[in-house]
Design a protein around this ligand. Structure first.
Ligand code: FBP
Length: 273
């Protein structure tokens, strides 16, 4: 008996485009809104120049709808596309920063050819209720049309002292899995042993490391990527450690070597030059 619905098949096909190799290197490029122009220099302020440099070394690229529209001719057919449909600016008052607003519709993501959608949930925020309502609506529409949903599961809030603490990250990953995420992007907890607990808590939903701020050395970042893979993580969603690097292509070569070829950080770092 054929018991697969059209949307279930659609989701499988699209997930395959993103993470069909079992693991994925996803380029996060939503910083223009989330952090603002301060993340860029005179060269990287133009998204076309950045995407031209990174394309070819990626399983998928995650951006807001407007930048996807402005750069479609560069990424189309060269990487899977994940449209992030929520964001916020850094210009907001501090007390309002733990909420993201709608930045696009799932239907618009479909219209532009997306293979998936992404949304942030700040677990523990005073706006957890609004963020969850937003997430459920996004996931529900995405489900209807067979699009996988990546959740940026970020535990942040007045009661959270350390957002990288394993118990906190674990909680966020579990909540992401229980709220129907198909892919989870979350913080690295600092060791193989702790990140393994995060992966376990996600109960089979693939967990990818959120890149985070630029590390002091290339090796430092590559060790984190390696540890995530050793812990059963399924790859990285990385932005600044690639596009703020003087050699983004080299950095991506090294990250891919760890994620897809099981190289050690010491072997991979030689590929940066
Ligand atoms: P990075 O690799 O640069 O950290 O990008 C991942 C990301 O989650 C982006 O998608 C997002 O814009 C940003 O980091 C969020 O940063 P912050 O942790 O400062 O809120």
């Amino acid at each position: 008996m054929i018991d697969l619905t059209y949307n279930a098949v659609g989701k499988k096909i699209r997930l395959n485009r993103i993470i069909g190799r079992g693991r994925a290197v996803i380029f996060a490029f939503d910083h223009g809104v989330e952090h603002g122009p301060s993340d860029f220099n005179a060269e990287t302020i133009n998204p076309r120049r950045v995407i031209e440099k990174v394309i070819g070394g990626l399983d998928a690229i995650m951006m807001l709808p407007g930048v996807a529209r402005l750069t479609w001719d560069i990424w189309s057919n060269r990487a899977a596309l994940i449209i992030k449909v929520t964001s916020k600016t850094n210009l907001r008052p501090e007390t309002e920063k733990l909420l993201q607003s709608p930045f696009g519709l799932v239907e618009e993501a479909i219209a532009i050819g997306a293979d998936g959608v992404a949304a942030t949930v700040y677990w523990g925020s005073q706006y957890e209720d609004e963020m969850l309502e937003q997430w459920v609506n996004i996931r529900n529409t995405a489900e209807t049309y067979g699009l996988p949903c990546l959740q940026l599961a970020y535990p942040r809030g007045p009661a959270i002292k350390n957002m990288y603490d394993v118990e906190i990250v674990k909680y966020g990953a579990r909540a992401a899995a229980e709220s129907g995420a198909d892919l989870i992007k979350t913080y690295y907890t600092g060791s193989v042993e702790t990140f393994r607990q995060v992966v376990e808590a996600a109960s089979g939903v693939p967990v990818l490391m959120s890149g985070g701020p630029r590390r002091n050395t290339d090796l430092e970042f590559l060790v984190d990527v390696y540890n995530v893979i050793q812990a059963g993580g399924r790859g990285v969603v990385v932005g600044r450690n690639v596009f703020q690097h003087s050699n983004p292509r080299g950095m991506l070569r090294a990250i891919n070597a760890i994620v897809h070829e099981d190289k050690t950080p010491e072997e991979a770092v030689k590929l940066v030059t």
